[in-house]
Write a protein that binds this ligand. Structure first.
Ligand SMILES: NC(=O)C1=CN([C@@H]2O[C@H](COP(=O)(O)OP(=O)(O)OC[C@H]3O[C@@H](n4cnc5c(N)ncnc54)[C@H](OP(=O)(O)O)[C@@H]3O)[C@@H](O)[C@H]2O)C=CC1
Ligand SMILES: CC(C)CCC[C@@H](C)[C@H]1CC=C2C3=C(CC[C@@]21C)[C@@]1(C)CC[C@H](O)C(C)(C)[C@@H]1CC3
Length: 418
């Protein structure tokens, strides 16, 4: 068994008790949302319309479909990539290599789907199977996390994540012990973060749109907007796939239940909530309002992409002409921090852009219900918490220089507010 790390990171998420509560609460919330979205009243805060029995949740076909989907995405991951990128330096000074072919996987999935649909594949029927599919995905996430936990017990100490090896099995199962679990060159965390869940999300959105066509003859403008905005977000993530290698999830967090469930179940089945809502609660949307919503999404995307690209370009090559003129602070690690451009506006401009987009994804659903705004509420909480975790890590990495950055750029996410 791998020894525990010398210096243990402080526990997050409320320790073992918080982790245990989240492991129950997250799947329960996901099923609540799935049930409520199709109910007449669609009340986010009310009780679910009914409690489904096992026969409504369990379907071997749904399990088979989920496993086939994972198999297809794994096969696409293994196809030759246009580029192989190196990750950040690890504790043993090595760097892992990652295939950059996520966008190719999206395009090939779309082509296969197009072929399937022209051969009569009833994609809309997927929208009737969301409950058993979500159940199967949750089951897979639990079993997968257990296997990951067992695997982590036999890896050397340097392969463990800084946060997920507290010695408490519940906490470590939740957060993930091993930083980069792999079999040969197949990296499970990197694969799950970007492929099955994100592509699954847009697939579910499309299925809901097809079902709307079946029911009402044509897709509504609101459904078009939600599908379009979220496809742009997923396409962007896969186009800029290499940038995920510098996120907290890849660099810092282990691969445990939180990310396995988040990637495989939470993202596809809760992030598609607006499209689910629209299928059962059609909303009128005029062109002027639709134009305003498109503008909000465009502003959000502009900030999100501008900020993420600026940081990624700077981290790759600080002398790149696109960032060379920006003002910086030097740190004791030899790395620099940007204090002008997007990163001089607030300390997390990318979160601000992401939140503005989240608002634009909910607005097509009107203002009669709180339910489609769940993503915005959850995402605000997630990013506020994530920002605090990142600040803590940056303070540890950069010490005084980070204090100086906070003095120069006092707002975290929203200028003059937070
Ligand atoms: N849709 C979703 O569910 C989610 C989306 N996201 C999105 O993912 C993206 C990535 O987010 P995340 O990984 O949390 O964090 P960031 O991309 O914001 O990365 C934070 C890191 O950036 C570096 N950094 C911070 N400040 C500066 C600066 N001034 N100059 C240069 N480098 C700096 C630090 O790392 P270092 O110095 O070591 O480089 C810091 O740890 C965001 O756009 C976020 O909105 C995130 C979570 C969920
Ligand atoms: C369910 C729990 C409360 C928490 C689970 C969190 C995960 C769902 C998210 C953690 C970080 C994520 C990122 C993206 C999706 C959601 C998760 C996995 C991301 C891939 C979305 C697309 C973006 O462009 C991105 C920057 C690549 C994102 C990276 C972080």
């Amino acid at each position: 068994m791998a020894p525990l790390q010398g210096s243990r990171a402080p526990m997050e998420f409320g320790g073992p008790l918080g982790a245990a509560a989240l492991m129950l609460l997250l799947p329960a919330t996901m099923f609540h949302l799935l049930l409520v979205a199709r109910s007449g009243s669609a009340r986010l805060l009310g009780p679910p319309p009914y409690l489904p029995g096992l026969e409504a949740l369990w379907s071997p076909w749904a399990l088979l479909l989920c496993l086939t989907w994972l198999g297809l995405q794994a096969a696409l991951y293994l196809l030759p990539a246009r580029k192989v990128a190196e990750g950040q330096e690890l504790k043993d000074k090595s760097r892992l290599r990652y295939p950059i072919n996520g966008f190719q996987a999206l395009v090939l999935t779309a082509l296969l789907l197009g072929l399937g649909m022209s051969a009569g594949l009833p994609l809309g029927a997927l929208s009737e199977m969301l409950l058993p599919l979500a159940f199967a995905a949750t089951l897979i996430a639990f079993i997968f996390s257990l296997l990951l936990y067992l695997k982590s017990l036999v890896v050397p100490a340097f392969a463990l994540a800084p946060g997920g090896n507290s010695g408490n099995p519940i906490y470590d199962f939740f957060l993930g012990r091993e930083l980069n679990p792999r079999i040969c060159s197949f990296d499970f965390k990197y694969f799950c973060e970007l492929r099955p869940g994100l592509i699954g999300w847009v697939l579910i959105n499309l299925a809901l749109m097809m079902q709307e066509v079946e029911l009402r003859g044509s897709p509504s403008l609101a459904m078009w907007l939600v599908n379009g905005f979220q496809l742009l977000y997923v396409g962007d993530a896969l186009w800029h796939e290499e940038a995920v290698l510098t996120t907290m999830d890849i660099i810092h967090d282990g691969f445990g239940f939180m990310l396995a469930f988040g990637d495989l179940a939470w993202v596809p089945f809760t992030y598609s909530l607006q499209a689910q809502f629209l299928l059962y609660h059609p909303q009128p949307l005029g062109l002027p309002m639709a134009s305003v919503i498109c503008l909000i999404n465009a502003v959000g995307y502009y900030i999100f992409r501008g900020a993420n690209s600026q940081k990624n370009t700077f981290r790759k090559n600080p002398s790149d002409p696109r960032v060379a003129d920006l003002e910086t602070i030097s740190t004791a690690t030899g790395r620099q921090l940007l204090v002008s451009g997007w990163w001089g506006m607030v300390r997390h401009p990318n979160y601000l852009g992401d939140l503005i987009m989240a608002l634009a994804w909910s607005l097509p659903c009107g203002v009669s219900h709180l339910l489609p705004y769940f993503y915005l509420l959850y995402f605000t909480a997630l990013l506020v918490h994530r920002e605090a975790r990142d600040e803590q890590q940056c303070l540890q990495k950069y010490g005084l220089a980070w204090h100086e950055y906070c003095r120069r750029v006092p707002y975290r996410i929203m200028p003059y507010i937070y």
